[in-house]
Structures are given as C-alpha cells and as structure tokens.
Design a protein around this ligand. Sequence first.
Ligand code: GLN
Length: 543
Amino acid sequence: MTRFIFITGGVVSSLGKGLASAALGALLQARGYKVRMRKLDPYLNVDPGTMSPYQHGEVYVTDDGAETDLDLGHYERFTGVSTTRGDNVTTGRIYRDIIANERRGDYGGGTVQVVPHVTDAIKAFVLADTEAFDFVLCEIGGTVGDIEGLPFFEAIRQLGNELGRERACFIHLTLVPYIKSAGELKTKPTQHSVKELRGIGIQPDILLCRSDHPIPEGERRKIALFCNVKPSRVIQALDVETIYEVPLTYHAEGFDREVLEGFGLPLAPEPALDRWLNVVERLKRPEGEVKIAIVGKYTGLKDAYKSLQEALVHGGIANNVRVNITWLASEIFEQDHEAILALEDVNAILVPGGFGERGTSGKIAAVQFARERKVPYLGICYGMQMAVIEAARNLAGLKDANSTEIGPTRNPVVGLMTEWVRGNRTELRQEGGDLGGTMRLGAYDAVLSEGSRVAEIYGTRLISERHRHRYEVNPAYRRHLEEHGVLFSGMSPDGILPEVIEIKDHPWFIGVQFHPELKSKPLDPHPLFSSFVAAALTKSRLV
Ligand code: GLN
C-alpha cells in the first residue's frame, strides 16, 4: 500500500521545505522503505527552464530531460532515487494540458473549472506511477495563503479525504522566531499559519518548527494546544552546521517515529544511519582544506549553483577535506586587470555552466590563468566551451575564435547545435526557435578515449551524464585543436559531438559538456569532483 505525505510551508518562504522533505525521505529509506519524491510548484511558467537563476535558483535537469525545480536535486542527493519528468509540475503545465484538452473538445460541451478539472489534474499527477513505492512525499511550493497555491492545497485536501488517515499525512513547516528584545520565542506566527491551513480544510498532523533557539517544552505544548496536534508531533528543527546533519537531528527529535506512528506502522527497527553519521563526521572534522574559485555569472545567489556547491562538498567528503569556495564574478576580470591575481591564492578553478555574452571574456581570462599557471581546472558546459575558445585563441592561433552565442565570428569553434540523435530519433532545431524545453536535455551517453585522464577517473569508458545546452564545440576544429594540445577525450557514441576535452601537459585540466554535479551525492561523491578536489589538494601542498 502506498502512503502519501504532503509537506506544506507557512509563515515565510525559504525555510528549507525541500531539504526537510528530502531528509524525511532519507530517514524512511534508512528504515527500508521505498520512497518517491515530488514537488508541486504553483507558479505559471510551464517549467523553470526559461527563468533566470536569480528568479528561481538552479534549474535541475533529470535523466529524462525535464528542467525542474532545484528541490529535486535535494531529493536525489538525500535519497539517491533518480527523479523524472513525473516528479515536478507547475500550474503552467497543468493549465497547458487542460487547455489543450478543451481545444480538442475533450470536455464534451462542459464548463471547464478550477474545481474539479484543475484539482483532478493535480490529483492525477500526485497519484500517477506510485504503486511500486511505500511512500510518496509530495512537497507544495510557496507558502499557505498564496493565491496561486490554492488549487494545489484544495487538491491535497481532497486527497487526504479520499485516501483516509491510514494513507495520508500532512506535515506543515513553520518558523518559531526568537525576539531578541523580549528574549522569547514566539509561537503566534505558527498559530496563524495553521489557522490559515485549517481555513482551507487541512488539519496538519505534524508541525516541523524551524528555530534558531531550542523550543522549550512549554512553548511546544502551547503550539500543540492552539494548533490541535499532539505535543510529541511538534518537532523542533534547529539550525545545523551542515545540511547532511538534518536526517540525524530529525531522527533525534522523533520526526520519522511520529510519521510512522501516525500511519500505524511498526517503530522498530531503528533506521540505519551509519552512513549519514560518517558523512557528518567527515564534514565536521576534516583533515585539511582546499580553496576553489568558482568564476561565474550568478555568484551573487548561491542557489544558482546549488548542485555544484554540493558536488564540491561531496568531493571534499571523498578526500576528507573541507572545500572553501571563493565566488568570483567573472566580470571583475574585465574591469580590473589586477583582479586576476585573486586566482593566485586558490588551489583550483572552476568555470560553471552559463548563458549569454555577459562575463564571458572574464571567464576566458580565468581559463587562461588556470592553463598557463598549471592550476587544476574544471570547466562545466559553458566552462568547457570557454576553455575551447581560450585554447583556440591562445594555443592554436585562431585569434578571433568564438562561440556564435557570444557574437558573429569567422572561427566559430563553438556553434549552435541544429541536429543531434536521441535514442533512435533525430532532434532538429533552428535559430530563433522556441526557448522552452528545446535544448539538448537530459541523460546522453559519452564514450571516453582509452588511456585518457577522464577514462581513468571514471574507471570506465562508457558514461551517461545529464546535459543542458544549445551550443556545441564545433567538431570541424577537432584536428587543428588536437595538433595544439587539446585532447578530445570524450565524444557522443556516434563520434559527432565533443563531450570531454583535456589539455595535455597540465596537472588537471578537464572540460565537460555535461553537468556532472547533478548526479553527485554525499553518500556517493561523483568521481570527477573527487578527482578535482584531490588535484586541488595536491596543488595546495605545492604552494
Ligand atoms: N550557453 C551554453 C549552451 O547553451 C552552455 C550552457 C550551459 O552551460 N548549461 O550551449
């Protein structure tokens, strides 16, 4: 029997609902249950693919090529379960499908309405493909009271009724703020938030209360009384040093126990948490540290590079070192030529994915620094394309080499992809076509060259990684670039699209067209990040 856990949020946004859901998923999994995790996003975009990272943070790409919310990244990192297109939906997508049905005449002359048509579509999404799982954890984006969230709350309210208490559980995440002048924790915002939730017909079963101060027994009882939940089901969620500690602290507070008890499931045996303990131990007591510069465009908002940041932490776990990240906006290298000296101080340089012209010459300057000064370099997607442009200009003598994404050039070493193969289908694109969902997206295989550094790192020659790009390194330049020290060490299986490049005679210089950070996990660090952090560590010992 599949049980459904609905996670809502109140008081303020950014309380870490995604993380809370993911950590609960990990705890249930550590008790031997099979979990699936889903996110319902009330905004109107069909998916976050066309949104700026400043609006929405990172766009997380699934194996099956969906552009999704970054919370799906948390789900995968905590549970190891690969998410799919079926695990994230928005109001935009629900309406798009309903309107398409209406135009086809599927509603047979009926009036199409939010209730029941929109709510039915949301319920169908929540219930689809769930038979193989013990638990489906379903997070609702935004906070209770948001106008655009209403159909989602209504849908889960109906589901609560239809599934019954033994199959549905409502968890509400709130904030219990500490008011300094009064020296007190305040429960009123939580009371109001629950009142709002009950106003739309949902009585939460468990309250997860974020706080930076321990919540005393008396305050917990007060919350329980006013919110109509058992005192043991008011769980405090205190701030922690590392996010990977969250499953452990939740367990210590009895969160998973209360969930199981609510469903009438056995509480024994205890979950197997040794692997999480080990991760936290390594994070809290590393044996050394390295400093890695991320030279990018959206460095003002760390969420824009969420998976990347986490993958570096995982690389640190693998090497038992703390990874200190120096965030540098690539544009600083364009305005101030001395600024590049900031890179003298780091043990490795990473240029992440990106789009558009702004900041690219600064990224190219960072690549040149890494290559010439023999600093370990990892270029991801745009970072690989920048590395190819840099090598073409400064090693292979093509002074005007560029990407057509940046501007017109006689030497398009990176150009728009108009045709590629997915499975047994050929995908076609044109300049000026739709932007949403039309990149080369999701998992594609790549074949690594025998004896290459990258093949050694992966320990295999056939890999599958997730992609999100519209441009590609132009294979027409392969011979010329190889003659000048750029190794094309990974290609698509048909031998057409460059997937990995390396620079010869360099301690560690790799560019990848895909996004390895999307598949790295604390319990299973990605080999490229483990190796990159190891190279940074070696470098740190040299200086
Ligand atoms: N802008 C580049 C492209 O579309 C790189 C994309 C990325 O870094 N994800 O190909």
